[in-house]
Write a protein that binds this ligand. Structure first.
Ligand code: BEZ
Ligand code: FE
Length: 292
């Protein structure tokens, strides 16, 4: 096409895609590029605005390292990551939520009732529940990975003062699907805002805070893996998460407890826990691998 106009450009782009283009790629590109072109036509985007967008992306590239991916962070604060979660979610299972950048492989095993809090400062929380299927049956083979911030709002891989795998665990559930541990109450924290994402947040009057949460990945043979996070019901940022990760079914209650004699013997930290402490009960529901 020689005489491309603003009205023929989108179709010309699609005509340029050759027979190598898979049907799915053609479908996604047609939609994505179509919306992008429509947006430019509708907003009559100026050269300055286009330059600014390219500048933000260039800065994102410059700041991105294996430990910090500014493009993923853009996806998070624009709601793209959460939308991808939502359009792929199974209504019969626990909602998924953002993975975030602080997950690392190799978390140490923690047995039933284990003490993840150890020497960490902060309020003690007993977290327990079950992993079950959509028919309420326990999933005996499930493995739960858990990671969270310390009381200072930092993950172990952001904070040289914490041991390498602090507040990270891999937990094999019991045959009845149950898991239980003690940990520290996590704190709200802000997503990194010293790069172009922070520039965008400030330009739109937004803050960078996330409500406190515990991250989980739950895997079991024959079931769809679940990447999610759960939030305390009294967190001040619950209704304004910078990355749109909160879902109604991911909110749990931290119930304050004052009687330490009621802590079951199965908890490794039983003799160390002082009142007040918190109890949280949270079940995870996994959908079968093949179900839609
Ligand atoms: C997090 O929960 O760790 C997180 C999620 C998205 C962006 C930054 C941090
Ligand atoms: Fe997080």
């Amino acid at each position: 096409m020689r005489n491309v106009t603003k009205d023929t450009l989108t179709q010309t782009f699609l005509d340029y895609c050759g027979p190598e283009t898979s049907p799915r790629l053609r479908f996604v590109l047609e939609n994505l590029v179509g919306h992008l072109h429509d947006s430019i036509r509708e907003t009559e985007l100026t050269h300055d605005e286009w330059r600014k967008a390219i500048e933000l992306l260039t800065k994102a590239g410059e700041i991105t390292t294996p430990e910090r991916n500014e493009f993923v962070l853009f996806s998070d604060v624009l709601g793209v990551s959460s939308l991808v979660d939502m359009v792929n979610s199974r209504p019969e299972a626990t909602s998924s939520s953002v993975l975030g950048p602080f997950h690392i492989l190799g978390a140490p095993d923690l047995s039933f009732g284990g003490d993840l809090k150890r020497d960490n400062d902060g309020a003690t929380v007993i977290v327990e529940g079950k992993v079950r299927d959509t028919q309420d049956k326990p999933i005996a083979g499930a493995v739960i990975e858990l990671w969270q911030t310390a009381e200072n709002g930092l993950y172990s891989n952001q904070d040289g003062a914490q041991p390498e795998y602090n507040l990270r665990a891999s937990i094999k559930v019991r045959d009845d699907g149950a898991y239980a541990l003690t940990t520290v109450r996590p704190s709200p924290y802000s997503v990194p805002d010293d790069g172009p994402v922070g520039e965008l947040l400030r330009a739109t009057g937004r803050h960078a805070w996330r409500p406190s949460h515990l991250h989980f990945i739950i895997k079991a043979p024959g079931y769809r893996s679940l990447v999610t996070e759960v939030f305390p019901s009294d967190d001040p940022y619950l209704d304004e998460d910078a990355v749109f990760g909160v879902r109604e079914d991911l909110i749990m209650e931290y119930v304050e407890q004052n009687d330490t004699t009621r802590i079951p013997d199965a908890f490794e930290a039983k003799d160390k826990i002082t009142a007040p402490y918190f109890r949280v009960d949270f079940d995870f529901v996994l959908s079968e691998e093949t179900s839609k």
